[in-house]
Ligand binder design. Sequence first.
Ligand SMILES: O=C(CO)[C@H](O)[C@H](O)COP(=O)(O)O
Length: 254
Amino acid sequence: MFTLLSTSLAFSPAARSAMAGRGHAASAVSMASDFLIAPSILSADFARLGDEVTNVLASGADVVHFDVMDNHYVPNLTIGPMVCKALRKHGVTAPIDVHLMVSPVDRIIGDFAEAGASYITFHPEATGHIDRSLQLVKSLGCKSGLVFNPATPLDCLEYVMDKVDIILLMSVNPGFGGQAFIPATLDKLRQARALIDKSGRDIRLEIDGGVTPKNIGEIAAAGADMFVAGSAIFNTPDYKATIDVMRAELAKAK
Ligand SMILES: O=C(CO)[C@H](O)[C@H](O)COP(=O)(O)O
């Protein structure tokens, strides 16, 4: 039988040691049904990243959204496992939600698990073997998920619903912060919410791209329960004030 362990031999030492039981991140993730606000550090000041993350968490954020871009799957280049590890070393204990915009995905998953990722999500078209990659994430003790671009159908979910802990819908084309929310995503959220309800599983429905205090209520009403916001938070002078407004809008949408 072609086991996950045998495939692991192709991975880095960090991946293999994580596979041997050192993955630690999932314990930090609560799958409660409350709304989660996940600032995307793509829009943070990278020169002061540790302080930016500490500040936004102290301002009421729940999760750190960590955008990984490879200048191959998307036309931009950002940060990798070393930065994730540095945030943990800086004292960040909140869940870190690693969104892989890289291809291929398997060889970097172990390094992120080792670095302290809590969630690891990837795009189905970025891996040759969706089911295997999901299993790999889970075997390392992290919550696993799939990310769907605005024009990517949700079809493959049918076959892996039992292996996803989170579904992330992109409401912009991935690669850059500060883009406008694509309205067709609202219908897609409703579609994803119906699939989750049908599955009976505790699966997060995350939205990413163009989320603002103005549209967050409508997005929640369409079914999202985890909200990535980069520019809407980091481009404001008072993170707490912005997050408070978002929470107030979410409370109205309940
Ligand atoms: O994944 C992303 C881009 O690929 C970002 O997380 C997303 O765009 C968030 O930024 P903003 O809230 O400014 O739209």
